[in-house]
Design a protein around this ligand. Structure first.
Ligand code: NAD
Ligand code: MG
Length: 368
């Protein structure tokens, strides 16, 4: 087991290893003196791992109760939040008790938000079971639910007291959900220069999975430790690939999942950076090989629409007018300026604010 410290105001550990779901009881006990533990999960994950987690917590002396809601993003709303809060109250959870968020990013975000508001804030432990939740959402304390107007529009910063990543849980993850997590891994590897490009482009991630996940968590923990409340601009770097990724996601009515949107968003942003002579063309080529090998490259609807021979893939999904509209309404952008984290080389990037006219121009060069 590897332990990574997150040095925020109330420090916590991220434990990464195998077989940890059966060690949850003692691991939570190290961080909490609670008498009750409420396991919050989604129905899919709970059916797979609920019993083991409950048994381990009970063995460590916790009185355990559990609540599972239907799996999927459509559950990440105020209705589910209210059911979780009512469940906690009916179960008699007190200020000193603990919530165990067992699942992917949806469970982590929702149970974390519930922990932040229940009795004005109680402890919670993240037990991520998707690759995306392990490398991204479980560390950093951003919790949220979605509103009609958009994703994650209501939430709170509320750090967990511990994060427990059992890599064995990934074995039951559907391959397309695993691949989505790789989108964030490719992004992290690019901006942080973690040195996994060959493995990612070679498509044999399994052999070095533990190392890759640990490195991604170490990087995210470092960034979060420097900017806990996302106020200094340091966390912006984690949004590489996300400006365009958000457009791809939203323009598809969220039928294209986040990780895939980010992977392709990163390619398009790298292509923009090449046009601006900021990014090495070799980086774009390697990223494209990685995205392809991970099964995330968006497929061509109409090959003849490509107008830019050196970047065929991105040209096929670009919709400049719709995207500019989406970027203008993105909460991360103010006024005419649109923020980008543009990759330059592995481990090297630049933050650029571009005007709508500039973005339109750049996208137009590989547009429809
Ligand atoms: P998810 O939680 O919906 O999980 C995806 C699917 O996989 C679900 O159907 C789930 O039931 C299933 N699943 C989970 N673990 C499994 C396992 N081990 N075996 C089999 N099936 C399993 O989605 P996700 O991709 O993990 O997370 C996406 C969410 O994370 C989004 O809501 C996004 O906004 C949020 N997010 C938050 C942050 C943050 O910093 N808080 C960062 C990135 C993403
Ligand atoms: Mg993301």
């Amino acid at each position: 087991m590897k332990t990574i410290r997150v040095n925020v105001e109330k420090e916590y550990s991220v434990n990464v290893g195998r077989g940890l779901l059966d060690e949850i009881g003692p691991l939570v006990r190290e961080a909490s003196g609670a008498s009750k533990a409420a396991v919050i999960s989604d129905a899919t994950v709970f059916a797979l791992y609920g019993d083991r987690v409950i048994a381990s917590l009970a063995d460590a002396g916790f009185t355990v109760c559990s609540f599972a809601f239907p799996a999927g993003e459509q559950s990440k709303n105020f209705q589910t939040l209210e059911s979780v809060l009512n469940f906690l109250a009916k179960s008699g959870l007190q200020r000193g008790d603990v919530i165990i968020a067992l699942g992917g990013g949806v469970v982590g975000d929702l149970a974390g938000f519930a922990a932040s508001v229940y009795m004005r804030g109680i402890d919670y432990v993240q037990v991520p079971t998707t690759l995306l939740a392990m490398v991204d959402s479980s560390v950093g304390g951003k919790t949220a639910v979605d509103l009609e107007k958009g994703k994650n529009l209501a939430g709170a910063f509320w750090q967990p007291i511990s994060v427990i990543c059992d890599l064995d849980a990934l074995e039951t993850l559907p391959s397309e959900v695993f691949a989505e997590g790789l989108g964030e891994v490719i992004k992290t590897d690019a901006i942080a220069g973690l040195g996994f490009s060959e493995v990612l482009a070679g498509g044999n991630i399994e052999t070095r999975l533990e190392e890759i996940i640990t490195a991604c968590i170490e990087y995210k923990s470092k960034i979060v430790s420097e900017d806990e409340l996302d106020k200094k601009g340091i966390r912006n770097v984690l949004n590489a690939g996300h400006t365009i990724g958000h457009c791809i996601e939203k323009a598809s009515g969220y039928s294209i999942p986040h990780g895939k949107a980010v992977a392709n968003g990163l390619l398009i942003e790298a292509a923009m950076a090449v046009k601006l002579r900021l990014c090495k063309e070799s980086l774009l080529e390697t990223l494209q090989a990685e995205v392809t090998a991970c099964g995330l490259l968006m497929s061509a609807e109409n090959e003849s629409s490509a107008s830019d021979g050196d970047f065929v893939a991105a040209s096929l999904v670009v919709d400049p007018d719709r995207w500019i509209e989406i970027m203008t309404h993105d909460k991360k952008n103010a006024g005419d300026e649109i923020s980008f984290i543009l990759p330059m080389d592995f481990g090297n990037y630049v933050e650029r604010k571009l005007s709508r006219v500039e973005v339109r121009e750049l996208l137009g060069r590989f547009g429809k």
